[in-house]
Structure formats: C-alpha cells, structure tokens
Design a protein around this ligand. Structure first.
Ligand code: F3S
Length: 422
C-alpha cells in the first residue's frame, strides 16, 4: 500500500491516479479519492457494479451534456458492469408520448455519451429486475435511491447512495470510498419500528415508508410487523423475493428514501441481514405506527379530475404489468395511463400478450423513463393518480402536478372514469 494523504491506495490505484488507464480513469480516480477524503474513508474498496443516475436531459441540461461528452472525449471507459437510470423519455416511442423533437435530440445525445463510455443502456431504476441481481455482501456503487435501498435491504448487498458523477467515476475505476453502508457498524438499526396496523396493498407499504422516512431521516429502521401478510416470506440470500413481497418491499424502500434519506432498512424475519444476525441496536429508539392514514392524507391533494394515471414507480415488474392488464380486462381508459418499466421487462410483457391487453384498453406501457424525470411541463398534464408514494411525494415539486395516491385498483378505476372517486 502507498500513502496518498489520509487515504491508503494500492499500487494499482496509485497508477490509475497517475493516468495508467488514461485520462478518463485518472479524472475518475481523482473524484473517488476526493470523496474518500470528504467522508474520511481510509481506503477504497472494489465494487462489482455501478448504477448511474443523471440521465434525463430535463435534469442535466446542456451543462450536464457537455460534462458527459467531456468524459467521452477523454476516452473514459467503464471497467465493471454499469447500468443506466431512467431517461427523460421512452427512447424509441417518444413521439407517442408527445415529447418534443428538440428534447428527444438532446436526450439521445446524453444516452449516446453514456453508451460510448460503456454504460449499459438499461435505463431503469430496477436493474435487479433485468438481470443485475447483486450477490449478498457484494459492494456496489449505485445511485438511484430506491435501487440503493433494494440492493442494501432486500438483497444484502452494500452501497451508499452515490451521486451520478461518483457512480460514473466508480464505473470507470471499479472502486468506491469505503465508508458508510460498506461498513458493518453503519448497518445496525438504531430505530425499531413497531407496525401495529395491517399493511396489505402496495400503496399501504408506500404510505408506511413515507411515514417512517419522515421520522428516521437517514437512519436505519428495523421493522417489526404485527400483521403484514408477507412477513413470513423468506428468500435465498442474493436472490429476489417472490411477488408480492418484491413489489411491496420495492414500494417500502422507495418511499423511505423519498420522505427520508433511508438507504437501508431491515424487516424482522424477512430481509437477509435481519435473518442472519441481530441488526437491532440494544438501545434502539422505538417508533410505533398505529395506522397509515397520515401517510395517505399527506400524499393526496384535493383533485378529482385525473389527466394521467402512472403505475410503475419504481419500474414495474412483470407481475405488476400483469395485474394492471387484469384490472383493465373489458375496460377502456378515459384518462391517459402509463405503466413505466424497463425495456427488457416490456419486451417480456409484449411476448406474454400483456402489453397488447393494456393497449387494447387505451393504456401505454412505457419503457426507459420515469414521469418524475420526464419533461411533463411540456406535455400539458396537470393531475396525476399513482399507487407509488415516492411518485406522489415528488410529482408536485418536480413536475408541478397535483396528485392522488391510492391502491392500484383505485388508480385503474381513476383511469377508466377520469375521476378520483370517494
Ligand atoms: Fe424510478 Fe422514477 Fe420512481 S426513477 S423510483 S420511477 S421516481
């Protein structure tokens, strides 16, 4: 090991810092070492994969585009499996969504830069649903908050919530700073959450995540459910849980990371680390959740007419797409309906006839994108219904839409009536 100020670097890392792998990797290593100093990490750690946020041209603008093309021109190349977060539009069917051509051109330039750097164009916040399932204990550099939460909590992998540039830098050098959730001691829960009410629908899990995220901020909560239908579900370490637990935990983690900054949670008897050892600190503070009505109340605005219904935040699994198609059987939508998902999940849904069934009812299954990072202000949508607490939380501030939040069944009813009823 060679000393690099307070951060110990291996000889290979030192060489990268001197430019042995080219200018792109040199710049990337500078970023990683700078972050290590900021977070007082003593060393770097190899990571198995990177998940890179900062893809939508809505958020990047021309400055971000120039930044990416600068990396590309410096010959930067990913050296580990690296995936992309959702873009600002469906990369193929953008015209069907009404995306302006000028925006589409810029968005394609963003994606081309990432492709040249060697990032897989997965364009999803659920990379674990499209073949990138991290192994238990594996270290990662992922950046999208719900993906980070899922990888840490449900799969038992280890990642901090990286920023877009730091995840990109990790993709190029295969390292991240060793601090935070890479360390055993930071994975211990300091809050015990006793859930005394029934939590059954996906939106219930989102409402619960919203309430707890507000209470614990960036802490690690340990959930003890008195009455959750899926609490007994167990799955192999490093494997995805079966539905409906997968979707429920996806909603829980996404909401925890939205209203708070929770990047890891444990569920007693269910999530892998909670099954392996005692992850609850002896002096953990106790929070009791008696009912979810406060979460629903906070995430619902006073709107009745619904312009758009969006399902698939985080990106929909194949089963979720199937549930939507079943609820639409014999129905026709009045509002617009988007089911957002990863492209390869959409392709699988096409092959199973699910997309055709949703389209027959007038809905769309949209790939590569997420409403929250789409240029919605250009699309003349003002009101939204969703079963995702995360989307309900962000849509008012990020895309200026008024929101209704409730169960999948209620959202589909809003799509077929144009109204939020009751
Ligand atoms: Fe994914 Fe967008 Fe929701 S990135 S988690 S669909 S806000």
């Amino acid at each position: 090991m060679v000393a690099e100020q307070s951060v110990r670097l291996t000889s290979e890392e030192e060489a990268m810092l001197r430019g042995s792998l080219g200018e792109g990797a040199r710049k990337a290593m500078e970023i990683i070492v700078a972050l290590a100093r900021v977070y007082e990490a003593r060393e770097l750690i190899p990571v198995a994969s990177a998940q890179v946020a900062g893809v939508s041209y809505t958020n990047l603008g021309d400055a971000g585009l120039d930044f990416l093309w600068g990396w590309r021109d410096a010959g930067a190349k990913a050296c580990i499996p690296s995936m992309l977060n959702p873009a600002g539009m469906d990369l193929l069917a953008w015209e069907d969504l009404g995306i302006p051509r000028t925006f589409a051109h810029k968005q394609h330039m963003v994606v081309q830069a990432y492709e040249a750097i060697g990032i897989q164009l997965t364009c999803t916040c659920t990379p674990y649903l499209v073949g990138n399932v991290p192994a238990f204990g594996q270290h990662l550099a992922w950046s999208e908050s719900s993906a980070v939460s899922f990888a840490n909590s449900v799969l038992g992998a280890r990642t901090n919530r990286e920023g877009g540039p730091s995840a990109l830098a990790s993709a190029m050098v295969g390292r991240t700073a060793k601090y935070g959730l890479h360390l055993d001691r930071c994975r211990l829960a300091l809050r015990r959450i006793d859930v005394r009410c029934r939590v059954s629908s996906l939106s219930d899990f989102g409402a619960l995540g919203y309430l707890v995220g507000q209470r614990v901020a960036n802490g690690v909560p340990y959930f003890c459910f008195r009455d959750a239908p899926w609490r007994e579900t167990a799955w192999e370490f490093g494997e995805l849980p079966p539905e409906p637990s997968l979707s429920a935990l996806k909603q829980l983690g996404a909401a925890l990371a939205a209203s708070g900054a929770v990047a890891l949670y444990h569920v007693d008897g269910a999530t892998p680390e909670a099954r392996m050892s005692d992850m609850l600190a002896p002096d953990a503070k106790k929070v009791t959740i008696e009912d979810l009505s406060g979460g629903y109340a906070a995430l619902n605005g006073p709107v009745e007419h619904i312009d758009l219904v969006c399902i698939g935040c985080p990106h929909a699994s194949l089963d979720e797409i199937r549930w939507v198609s079943e609820l639409l059987e014999g129905e026709e939508v009045v509002s617009d309906l988007w089911v957002t998902t990863a492209r390869s999940t959409r392709e699988e849904a096409v092959s199973q006839g699910l997309v055709a069934r949703i389209e027959a009812a007038g809905g769309l299954v949209v790939a590569d994108t997420c409403l929250v990072v789409s240029p919605m202000k250009m699309l003349d949508y003002h009101t939204l219904a969703t079963n995702s607490a995360k989307m309900a939380f962000y849509a008012p501030s990020h895309v200026g839409m008024q929101v209704r939040f409730g169960s999948l069944e209620r959202c589909i009813r809003a799509a077929t009536t144009g109204k939020w009823e009751g």
